[in-house]
Design a protein around this ligand. Structure first.
Ligand code: BGC
Length: 808
């Protein structure tokens, strides 16, 4: 017996030893390949002196006591980059083409910015500093808590992308971008990894919340405004994920098979607008393949289209660990590999030696990176203060969120009149979700939920409803995850407050003792997997019960019920929307979300948001649902690092490849073409006032259509209106959508009785379509209808314009 125990012990000790050795080996391997491989390139904090020669002050970066062209801020970036490049060794140039690994992201870098996910590496010999890259679309994602420090580094959680797009207000988005950029500048971040500009191809994409719209004109213009706002601070942006990254399932190797026409008109269009209207410092290529080619390795996409056709001048970086082949990526025009690994570095050095990576390609990419560095604030010797204007930004996020919330239904309920005591139903009412998970998340200081916001505004919370929630919360505590590990875990399992059953007895009591009910429905999703239909797109049985029973008890006493949707993506609404008296799509409104909702309920803000995507009746009404992964399979982290080429017959549909069979018929383009009923159409949203449209005039000159229209506030309160201009070609020889958004504008606040005359411009070339027979844009001649409306299904005025003699 003793011997047996001894033997078991021995085996156990051997196993333990093997385990410790494997872990140690694994750790050192990871460290040397992914965390700590920069060696002599690490910055050593050497001082760079400011000198003055002939009255010109400059930072003597290479310490040669002379003014080099690259040190001379009066010279153009082009000249400075050329000069710097000429001073670099071949090795130093190659070194620039990849980041320094995940050290900073994991909070391991001394002197870095914990939570920043990547770097552009320094060249200490020439005094070229290290730059930091950080997510993301809803605000700066850095770690708020740092080891051995008592102070915090919170960033503002701004509203999610879909909410921002629902404002249709490019001036406001510019302001939000400016505030985000200010936080980056303050915290020493040089490039924000955002905005997210992918198209909402299907409501289930797990990252739709980061993206703007199902329409490329809206998405492109909102993105450009955001980029211009961010970059007005002297920090860069990296719009992402270029291109056709519309699902999370198998995102690292999915092959999107898409027609050239859909590629051009839908998926590339928004990015084309971005490049032309904002020329961002950089751009992030996507993980997926397009028509069989990994995007980071596609010369057609990254060089021929992006640069030669559109004139992009900035840096293209990979998505994190994206691209299979480092050399092929640089050769295709993907200048920077992020976050960078030792293996990639070695591969580039080897290819350069063997001639597979031509010197000109190294120079081209290195020069683009150098231009970005030279244009950064760090090159001006800027010292960041770690003190962003958080208070001021809290106001900006509050106002922007209330401007993007969409009032979907309102039967004489809002704004509140004579409401004092409110029954808050549903756990999310007390735990607002500020934003989605993954890299689109922000480490913010607080999130204001509805309970707190209502109390702040002087409303009473119904005691019985509150008690029921508190008892539930005591048993199922809900806390937003914090810290690297917790946040990573939340990425795979988005946190969302758990609901509970409301008994009829409780609801009867609550209805008697309150004036109205507010039910909040919450949803959360994020990077790494797509949503599913059951209990996510659709309401759960418990939620349906909650809505139906609350409405029944409150309506029996002639009291009203509001449903607030605190969601990141489209949910089913058709089956239950007739029950409540009002529905407010609050989206995920950032850290001030609750306050923004109450500003609307209270009438302080007149809602003016409109849907940037369609709310369909059924998920299957979307043509893309025939070719979309519907099972919500979670991402396998290892697939980011190891890929296995499969043979033809091993390929799984919607995972290994996805057929974009719907072509250009995405969102309203499909619903209109098939004449399908929808729950709420693209461009829809209610206001507390009404607007009358008149005097539509469309004229053409210098290849541009000028559309002018008058909009009058005919109601009794002030409000803003979003005017949408669609183009339609009733008599057409080709297959084209019934109507397509071509321009939009939001008015300023119009007082009751006030009229605004707005002007919209549509370049004639925007009426063209991608003609696959000539592989180019083509303009049908003849007559077009310019339709101006309050939504895609509420066209108020239309005018024909003849473009008989026009060509591109
Ligand atoms: C995401 C990017 C993000 C990057 C860095 C990737 O997993 O797809 O959007 O910017 O991580 O966090």
């Amino acid at each position: 017996m003793k011997k047996l125990i001894l033997n078991i012990l021995k085996i156990f000790l051997v196993l333990l030893g093997v385990l410790i050795l494997t872990a140690a080996f694994g750790y050192f391997y990871l460290k040397s390949k992914g965390l700590d491989f920069e060696g002599e390139y690490e910055e050593k904090g050497e001082e760079i002196k400011e000198l003055s020669i002939n009255g010109i002050r400059f930072l003597d970066r290479n310490r040669n006591q002379k003014l080099d062209v690259y040190e001379d801020a009066r010279k153009s970036l082009e000249k400075r980059a050329e000069n710097l490049l000429s001073q670099m060794t071949f090795e130093e140039k190659i070194h620039l083409l990849k980041g320094s690994g995940m050290k900073s992201a994991l909070g391991q870098a001394t002197g870095g910015v914990p939570g920043a996910v990547g770097t552009i590496v320094p060249t200490p010999r020439l005094g070229i500093p290290e730059l930091y890259l950080s997510d993301g679309p809803a605000g700066l994602r850095i770690s708020a808590i740092r080891k051995n420090e008592t102070r915090t580094y919170y960033a503002t959680a701004f509203p999610i992308g879909s909410l921002l797009a629902s404002t249709w207000n490019t001036d406001l988005i510019h302001k939000v971008g400016k505030a985000m950029g200010n936080e980056a500048l303050s915290y020493g971040i040089d490039v924000i990894l955002g905005p997210g500009a992918n198209i909402h191809r299907n409501p289930l994409c797990g990252r739709n919340f980061e993206y703007y719209s199902e329409d490329p004109i809206l998405s492109g213009n909102i993105s450009a405004a955001m980029i211009n706002g961010i970059e007005s601070n002297g920090v860069g942006s990296a719009p992402k994920h270029f291109v056709v990254n519309n699902q999370e399932t198998a995102r690292n190797y999915n092959n999107a098979i898409v027609s050239e026409r859909a590629l051009r008109e839908i998926y590339l269009k928004g990015f084309e607008i971005i490049i032309k209207k904002s020329q961002p410092w950089s751009l992030m290529s996507s993980y997926n393949k397009v028509n069989g080619e990994y995007v980071p390795e596609s010369r057609k996409l990254l060089t021929d289209i992006l640069r030669t056709e559109w004139g992009f001048e900035g840096v293209v970086m990979t998505d994190w660990f994206g691209g299979e082949d480092a050399t092929a990526s640089i050769n295709a025009g993907n200048d920077l590999l992020e976050p960078g690994t030792k293996n990639q570095w070695d591969a580039l050095k080897k290819s350069a030696k063997e001639g597979d990576l031509p010197k000109e390609n190294i120079d081209t990419s290195a020069k683009r990176i150098l231009k970005l560095i030279l244009g950064s604030k760090k090159m001006e010797g800027y010292v960041f203060d770690n003190n962003p204007k958080l208070k001021e930004h809290a106001k900006i996020t509050r106002n922007s969120a209330s401007e993007g919330m969409v009032l979907l239904k309102n039967e004489n309920m809002l704004p509140f009149k004579k409401v004092k005591n409110i029954a808050l139903i549903g756990s999310t009412s007390y735990n607002f979700i500020s934003g989605g998970t993954g890299s689109g998340d922000v480490d913010e200081a607080y999130t204001v939920a509805l309970d707190e916001a209502l109390k702040n505004t002087g409303y009473e919370l119904n005691k019985d409803a509150l008690k029921a929630y508190e008892e539930h919360q005591a048993k199922n505590p809900y806390v937003k995850p914090r810290g690297t590990i917790e946040v990573l875990r939340a990425m795979m399992n988005p946190y969302s407050p758990k609901n509970f059953d409301y008994s009829t007895k409780l609801l009867k009591k609550v209805a008697k003792t309150s004036d109205i009910a507010i039910i909040t429905i919450g949803r959360n999703s994020g990077e790494g997997f797509d949503r599913i239909e059951k209990d996510d797109f659709k309401m759960t049985d418990q939620e349906i019960q909650m809505i139906q029973n609350t409405c029944k008890e409150f309506h029996a006493l002639n009291k009203k019920v509001l449903v607030v949707l605190n969601v990141g993506g489209v949910v089913e609404t058709a089956s239950w929307k007739n029950h409540p008296d009002a529905i407010l799509l609050a989206w995920q409104g950032g850290q001030e979300g609750g306050n923004s909702v109450v500003d609307i309920l209270d009438g302080k803000i007149n809602p003016s948001g409109k849907l940037p995507m369609t709310f369909p009746i059924n998920l299957s009404d979307h043509k893309s649902s025939e070719n979309f992964p519907l099972d919500g399979e979670k991402m396998n982290i290892l697939s980011m690092f190891f890929s296995k080429e499969k043979s033809e017959d091993e390929l799984i549909k919607n995972k290994d490849y996805t057929l974009y069979e719907e072509g250009i018929y995405v969102g309203y383009r499909h619903f209109d073409k098939e004449n399908l009923n929808v729950s709420f159409p693209f461009g829809y949203g209610l206001s507390y006032t009404a607007f009358e449209y008149s005097d539509l005039k469309t004229t053409e000159s210098m290849d541009t259509l000028r559309v002018s229209v008058k909009v009058k506030n005919t109601g009794t309160v002030s409000g803003k209106e979003i005017i949408q201009a669609y183009a339609s070609k009733p008599e057409t020889e080709i297959d084209r959508p019934i109507r397509e958004l071509k321009a939009f504008i939001k008015t300023t606040l119009l007082e009751p009785g006030e009229t605004a005359e707005v002007d919209l411009k549509i370049p004639v070339s925007d009426l063209s379509y991608w003609d696959e027979t000539i592989n180019n844009w083509n303009l049908e001649s003849g007559s077009y209808a310019i339709e101006v409306g309050a939504s895609s299904r509420d066209i108020r005025l239309s005018q024909e314009i003849d473009l008989k003699n026009k060509s591109l």
